[in-house]
Structure formats: C-alpha cells, structure tokens
Unconditional design. Sequence first.
Length: 247
Amino acid sequence: MDRWIDRTKSPNAGIQPRAQVLDGVVHCIHGPMSNAQADELHEKLYHSSPPGVMVVHNSSKRKMDARSTWEIKFTEQDLEGLSLPHNDALVLSLPFQRKLVRRVLVDQGSSAEILFYSAFKALGLSKDQLIPVEAPLVGFTGIPVYPLGKVVLPVYAGSVKVDMEFIVVSSPSPYNAILERNWLHGMRAVASTLHQCVRFIGEYGRQETIKGDQVASKKCFVNSVRGKGKAREVQSIEVPELLDETA
C-alpha cells in the first residue's frame, strides 16, 4: 500500500483554515493626497491588475545602478550586543541638514515621512520655509490631521544622501521624526527590527550599516505609554562633528 501513498503532502493539506472574524481595520499613515490624486491612483489600480494582485513596474527607463546588484543580508553576528529577546522598534540617529537628529523612528508600514514641529524648530527652520499642504494625513491619530506644511531636507546615512520631503505636524510624540518606506526605497536599504539596524550599499560599493539605539527605543516606548512624549521631543538635536560640510 505504501506505493500509493504520496508522502510529499502534508496530512493537513486538504484542511482549509477557518476564516477569522474581524472587528475592524487599523490603517497605516498615508501622506496628504487631494481628491484628484486619489481618483487617479484608484483608476490606475483598477486597470493595472486583477483584484488581489499587485504588479510592480519600474517607472524609470534608466538602468539600475551598480548598488542594485549587491546582496544585503543579516547574520547572527548582528545580534551581538543587543538585549535579547526584544520587541523594540528601530530608532536611529541621523544627520538632517547638518544637524544630528536622535530618536528617528523607522516605520515600514506607512508612506509619509513625518517631522514633528518641535524638531523642525530645533533644526533652525521657520514656518515661512514650509510648503502649504491642503490634504490631511490619514490614520495618524485615528482622525484626519492637517499638517503645518511640508519641507524638503537632506538626510545623510553613511556615504549616501537622500533629499526627503517631510510632512510637518504639531503633535506630541516621543520621536523627533518618522522615516517611512520612501526613505528606505530611496536608499535601497533593508531595515531589520530584529537586528536593530539598516543596511545598504554605499556610494563606493561597500556594504554600510546604521545601527539603531535600543535604549532610546525603549525610552520612547515608555514615554509614549506614559504620555510624556511632548516634553521630550527636542532634547537631542546636535551638530555632528564628522559631517563633511563641503558635501
């Protein structure tokens, strides 16, 4: 009888999982979008692929640069020095416009880069530098939030600089800024919350790593839970010593 038994199949292969009953949906943060832009995006999604299928197109005709051919990986060595096990968010310190900004949350679940107004002021920026934004942020605090405006700032990570458009909001937060998918894609970087770092190929073809601050991540979580984020927003804007002013 053994010859009629397909041992490559799991004994539970024919069992369908029971559907879960959901009470609601928690959405991500999405950047400001006008009704016309939303209609255009909906039209593209409707005609581009069948329901449930996502098709990714290369919108640029240029060839991918040399960095796209490199392999990025994480190993057990990246866990050395970390407090394990952990469930910490990835929080970095990065230079924004010649100043080192600490407590920058890397959140891959949303599509809008956020700069909190207290950090905006600590960077030496003023409201007259803001570009008006008419549409609200969706899903930021559970209700639409109207930003103060937007601003483009250079963000430095190792040898790579990416100009990012930040939505500036006046809202209590334990973080100074939030970097989303746009920054990671612009860097062609891979973030790992487990390994507490962001890894990418630098301008000179070498793998570079920006390590997270696990202690800061834990403090931000505690401050968020206790509601003390507003009082601690701007304690860590510094002028970096090693940033090349000629870049």
